[in-house]
Design a protein around this ligand. Structure first.
Ligand SMILES: Nc1ncnc2c1ncn2[C@@H]1O[C@H](COP(=O)(O)OP(=O)(O)OP(=O)(O)O)[C@@H](O)[C@H]1O
Length: 240
């Protein structure tokens, strides 16, 4: 369970997230939608203690991330797939994470197999394509077999086979009773993956609904999303 409680974050005079509250529940895939700059990444960074909110808090299974006894077991996170040590191999990157968190090294081989990177485990991720980096980031997120999975644009850069693989993976993680929370700008993909949606605009909650509720009366999630967020896009902003 991921509980966002009255979170506000300002960067100087700019408000990135404003009095935002919602709950992401286990056993479902919840999509996080919003136009560029809406505050999605900032919210996810606050959830894992990388950004400090000005007020409010985000709880993972009832506790702030920095108070979790086994953080990688409770929450797995993919925020920036390119943020890896340039001189470590993919295997070493995961092995360092595993050993510093008391996770057995056989789990490194398991997740490398799961994401399809076993054959390139000895290579440095600096030479990886964006899609390969995303797979490595997903491997790192799953390393601790976490109950909560938070992924910021996980299908960005993946090929069609990779996109389908992520969809199947996320659906099965949710079916196992895990909390799955992901952002994406790919509406057709989100429509096939998510059960619930949190939509934000300019840092505020716009909708907290099921997929069926949001798409009712619309041709597609894309249509429903455009209707809902028209006033929150950067283009909409420039016409105000
Ligand atoms: N470290 C920072 N310093 C200053 N401003 C920031 C910082 N991080 C984010 N912002 C600003 O906060 C707002 C929200 O950014 P954020 O990256 O959370 O949005 P987003 O919904 O993830 O956008 P996108 O879909 O483009 O990734 C933006 O206006 C952004 O410029």
């Amino acid at each position: 369970m991921l509980d966002v409680r009255a979170v506000t974050k300002n960067f100087g005079r700019h408000t990135a997230v404003q009095d935002l509250s919602f709950t992401v529940r286990p056993g479902a895939v919840t999509g996080f939608l919003g136009p560029n700059g809406a505050g999605k990444s900032t919210t996810m960074r606050i959830a894992v203690g990388l950004t400090r909110p000005d007020s409010g808090r985000i709880l993972i299974n009832g506790l702030p991330y920095d108070r979790l006894a086994a953080p990688l077991h409770e929450a797995g996170v993919l925020l920036d797939a390119r943020a890896v040590h340039p001189r470590r191999s993919a295997y070493q990157h995961l092995a360092v994470l595993a050993t510093t968190h008391g996770i057995p090294l056989r789990r490194v081989d398991e997740v490398l197999g799961l994401v399809g990177l076993s054959g390139v485990a000895g290579r440095r991720p600096g030479g990886f394509s964006l899609g390969m980096s995303q797979r490595l980031g997903i491997a790192a997120a799953l390393l601790g077999d976490p109950g909560v999975v938070i992924l910021d644009e996980p299908v960005n850069g993946l090929d069609p086979e990779g996109i389908r693989w992520v969809r199947t993976l996320l659906r099965s993680l949710a079916a196992e009773g895990r909390t799955v929370f992901l952002s994406s700008h790919l509406m057709s993909e989100m429509e096939m993956t998510a059960d619930r949606l949190i939509v934000i605009g300019r840092g505020r909650l716009v909708a907290d609904v099921t997929m069926a509720e949001l798409t009712a009366g619309h041709q597609s999630l894309e249509d429903a999303y455009f209707d809902l967020t028209r006033d929150y896009t950067l283009e909409g902003e420039s016409h105000r």
